[in-house]
Design a protein around this ligand. Sequence first.
Ligand code: ARG
Ligand code: ZN
Length: 416
Amino acid sequence: LLWICICASIISSVTSSLTFHGHKVIQVQLETEEHVKLIKRMDKEFQFDFWHPDSSSRIAPKMTVDLHIHANHTDNILQRLKLNNIQFEILFHDLQTGIEAQLDNRRFHKSKKHSYMKYNDWETIAKWMSTMASKHSDLVSQLKIGETYEGRPMYVLRVGQSSPAGPAIFMDCGIHAREWISPAFCQWFVRELVSGYSKDEETKKLLTNLNFYILPVLNVDGYVHTWTKDRMWRKSRSPTSDCNCFGADLNRNFNISWCDIGASDEPCSEIYCGESAQSEIEALNVANFILSNLKSIKAYISIHAYAQMILYPYSYTYDLAPNTKELDEISKGAASKLYSLYKTEYVYGPSASTIYPTSGSSDDWAYSQGIQYSFTLELRDTGDYGFLLPEKQIKSTCKETTAAIIYIANYVLSHS
Ligand code: ARG
Ligand code: ZN
């Protein structure tokens, strides 16, 4: 068995990147229990890559489900959907074409120059972080919070002029590797703060009294993997007890009701909870960083894609959190600020009932540590492009999201 594992890992380390010619992404409208059963049965047979929700265990009648299906199975699957009168729409006829279309300027990408309007690879983001810290040393500092499983540094940018003991907001992007708009937003937001500091009073006031801790890429190994080997990768990259399967879902690995509802103990699952709570070094590093700054961190914000939602605890139970009313008010205000720019509609509410229940998630964990203002944002879109949101939409997505986060930050500042 050991030899098979070694062989498998050698093979996987030399193989080139996966392509998705002929793969499709479909949006299926489930009406009845029969529909749900059929999708679950086909998932066992064909192993769908669920785009939304995150796994077949979460699907129910009256639900819209986005599925990535393998080229070899498309005819068979589409035929069976038709036979069973299940409505569906094809989002990507050829996923490889969609992946290539996401980057709108190939020549630019060859240059590896950092751009806020492009998706940047890890190397470019890392270089950008140290440039920001040295160029704006009065406002920005770079902190290393640990290393990933594969040994890459995890950096947080601290933005703000409050003393380190003053109130702070922690925000992370890129827990899930394939959600590229998320790291793009964290980068955009840092620039927005830095340029706003000298240009507008609101940002200046915010940064004089509050610090932001921004982690632009939490799952660095996974993010690198999406650029080099598999665009559709979600999890971390640590080995598991099954030598064919790597990584845990970092948003199922935190030490809160670990590996319960909405998580799986199977290493090959996309929502694998890991070997134990915070077994993943990336989750552990984040938890330790937050714990060591717990006195100052007043809010936790995690940026994901896609669904257009503002979510607050709980996720691991349908029970309502003690300050639900307040969290709902804040979300409502943030969603309306967001809407005011381009009329992008967001839904908001408790995570479990608004998107689906999950356990071991970072927002619930932060909340359990006494951080009362804990949010997860699911950015654009609602499935037209899904994880492959074109670069053309980075600017508007980031601008509207900035409006929402600034709203939350102002609220937090005036209530702490
Ligand atoms: N889409 C994210 C995930 O699957 C978030 C789901 C909601 N859960 C939460 N804890 N906010 O991990
Ligand atoms: Zn996510």
